[in-house]
Write a protein that binds this ligand. Structure first.
Ligand code: AOF
Ligand code: ZN
Length: 375
């Protein structure tokens, strides 16, 4: 049977389907699939939720006719292992599909080339790397996490047009307008975790939830080296409604005078994570924190910290993305309320380089989204 020419619009439809599950598949990837026969879409689907059916199986399930001889466009190499779900390659073979067009390669060591090999061994034509860049773009978090087992880190901050995150007095409400702030809630629902510092908790008593309809609340993580979190703050009070993790120095979790506070927090539903100290011994070590968050399947975090936390993550070389919101305001001042604290960089050549800028506007505010180069 003659195969029709490949058509990018089918893969773009698969990408669109994949993105509808944003925030619900972690730590699994976003994946979409479209089945085409005789120039018509006869089935489509996506991976909707972690642990549920994979995209290919959902597309096959949606069929109202035989897929014998059809082409499936799938944004990620089909899996060939038994995990929470059986292999997609098996379903593709059983459905009689004769051509598989793949966007991204799957770096998961359980799949990584084995999926395509299995399909070819079963006489199926496989085309790889089709619109690969576009497909890769939807899963930066998955690609990072599956190979490193630690979360992808996105820093977010809002500054005035003169680069301030607050006035000299510390006033910061609000730098950006409503629509930019509502986009932050969208971001909160796409990253598995949100991280703030104890300073923010003490100053603002935030909930750190996602407040848009249909949004998913992130796991809330507080960097609190010396376990200063008040037992009656909003985060602790709502720990039974959504995960709250307090990351403190290891010593506080190991039999000193704070141990009773650790026990109290735990009894209120808060998870306490002991982290080793940084090189100065005063604060928790960012690298150890990420390793431990990775161990509990947190694949990505949105860091909404202040200048100290931003500097700590950047200095550790552990930032993958930066969301810089620029509000249409100027406050001036002498204080050092800028987004990133001192990092010991003296020469411009030693700066942290950002790449791939993408710019969006929200009313009178701007968002610049960067990838971070020098990890
Ligand atoms: C696909 N299609 O839609 C997805 C894939 O535990 P499981 O069974 O859900 O397997 C998770 C792994 O399968 C995940 O790490 C990734 O390698 C792959 N995800 N593969 O063929 C899909 N979500
Ligand atoms: Zn699969």
């Amino acid at each position: 049977m003659n195969k029709e020419l490949l058509d990018p619009s089918y893969m773009r439809r698969a990408i669109e389907l994949a993105l509808t599950a944003k925030g619900h598949t972690n730590p699994n990837p976003l994946v979409g699939a479209v089945i085409v026969k005789d120039g018509r879409v006869i089935g489509e689907g996506c991976h909707q939720k972690y642990g549920d059916l994979h995209a290919e199986r959902n597309a096959i399930k949606s069929l109202n006719e035989s897929a014998e001889g059809a082409t499936i466009y799938v944004t990620l190499e089909p899996c060939c292992h038994y995990g929470k779900q059986p292999p997609c390659t098996l379903a593709i073979v059983e459905a009689g599909i004769s051509r598989v067009v793949i966007g991204s390669r799957d770096p998961n060591p359980l799949v990584s080339g084995k999926g395509t090999a299995y399909l070819r061994e079963h006489g199926i034509e496989v085309i790889e790397d089709y619109l690969r860049d576009e497909c890769d773009e939807i899963n930066p978090v998955f690609f990072h996490y599956i190979s490193r087992k630690e979360p992808y880190v996105a820093l977010k901050y809002a500054m005035t047009a003169d680069g301030r995150i607050a006035t000299d007095k510390g006033s910061s409400k609000w730098i950006t307008g409503e629509s930019a702030r509502s986009y932050v809630h969208e971001l909160r629902s796409t990253y598995t975790g949100i991280l703030a510092g104890i300073g923010t908790v003490l100053a603002d008593d935030p909930l750190l939830t996602c407040r848009i309809p249909g949004g998913r609340n992130p796991v809330r993580i507080v960097m609190d080296s010396h376990l200063n979190i008040p037992l009656d703050c909003n985060l602790v009070k709502t720990a039974d409604q959504g995960t709250v993790i307090v990351a403190c120095l290891d010593e506080y979790t190991k039999g000193n005078d704070q141990i009773s506070k650790v026990e109290k927090l735990k009894s209120l539903g808060v998870q306490v994570l002991g982290i080793s100290p940084d090189s100065k011994g005063e604060h928790i070590c960012v690298k150890d924190l990420l390793k431990k968050l990775g161990n509990i399947q947190i694949d990505g975090i949105l860091v909404e910290g202040g200048k100290h936390i931003n500097a700590a993550f950047l200095s550790a070389g552990k930032v993958n993305k930066i969301y810089t919101f620029v509000g249409n305001k100027i406050v001036g001042g002498k204080g050092a309320f800028t987004p990133v604290d001192e990092m010991g960089i003296e020469e411009m050549k030693d700066s942290v380089e950002l790449s791939n800028p993408k710019v969006r506007t929200f009313d009178t505010d701007i968002l610049i989204e960067y990838d971070v180069e020098n990890l």
